[in-house]
Design a protein around this ligand. Structure first.
Ligand code: ATP
Length: 231
């Protein structure tokens, strides 16, 4: 697929498969095309060329960059709005809310009635992920969850996202930090100026070096499916 916004090219010839059950990291510098790719994978942006193919029963949910919470609404109301958006009401909504609240750390679970504005940045990020979980997604796409957070909070946010992957949710993590992606993700795609410049398994000993060169220098564009199907 390729995408351009008016005259601005954001993605070029990106060919990518999201493996079910994996944590896939998409890394790149500012403007590399991560958010654009995330929105295409989510299905909320139709690429200018090419297609997104997704099985009909796959539900994707996006945690946007900057969280986009309703700050004056309570935690519970933020979750409810997300529930309404996927058609939940009545007992089904209450039960999904209870299920999602279980995933929250106790300090948030105990404050469901307070406005989201009163939460710290890290807590707001966790709430934003919880809101996306109200859709009970098969694929969760999280756009730069570490943005603006203190390092200790970053660890908490990532460990909660990783727990979701353990529970069977496929996770796509859009991320500026290559080292964090290599630590947290099974596979990493490096985007450079809208192209896939490297794609591989984090556990592959030679990959970190290749990925770093691609992050900063662009490398040689790769065809990911060809590379990984041999792995
Ligand atoms: P960042 O880390 O800064 O959020 P990114 O890797 O997520 O960047 P994108 O937001 O996908 O990158 O942007 C890719 C390119 O597309 C950039 O050149 C950006 O300026 C441009 N772009 C993104 N959204 C729009 C838009 N709505 N209108 C015009 N250009 C856009």
């Amino acid at each position: 697929m390729s995408h351009h916004y008016g005259g601005v090219a954001a993605l070029h010839d990106v060919d990518l498969t999201v493996p079910r059950g994996a944590v896939l990291g998409v890394v790149g510098a500012n403007g590399a095309g991560k958010s654009t790719l995330g929105r295409v994978l989510h299905g909320s942006l139709v690429p200018s060329a090419g297609v997104r193919e997704a099985p009909a029963d796959i539900r994707g949910s996006l945690v946007p960059e900057g969280r986009a919470l309703f700050k004056t609404l309570s935690l519970r109301e933020n979750l409810e709005v997300a529930g309404y958006a996927v058609g939940l009401k009545g007992a089904a909504l209450r039960s999904r809310l209870d299920e999602t609240a279980e995933w929250l750390p106790p300090r948030l679970r105990e404050r469901l009635g307070v406005p989201a504005a009163g939460l710290s940045g890290g807590e707001q990020q966790i709430l934003a992920v919880a809101r996306a979980l109200m859709a009970k997604p098969d694929v969760l796409i999280v756009d730069e969850p570490a943005l603006g957070l203190a390092p200790s909070l970053v660890d908490e946010v990532y460990s909660r996202i990783n727990r979701l992957a353990h529970d069977g949710v496929t996770v796509v993590l859009l991320e500026q930090s290559l080292s964090r992606a290599l630590t947290c993700c099974h596979q990493v795609v490096v985007l450079h100026e809208g192209r896939i410049a490297a794609y591989g398994e984090s556990a592959d000993p030679g990959f970190a070096e290749r990925a770093e060169a691609a992050y900063f220098g662009g490398g040689t564009p790769v065809l990911p499916d060809a590379e990984l199907s041999e792995a």
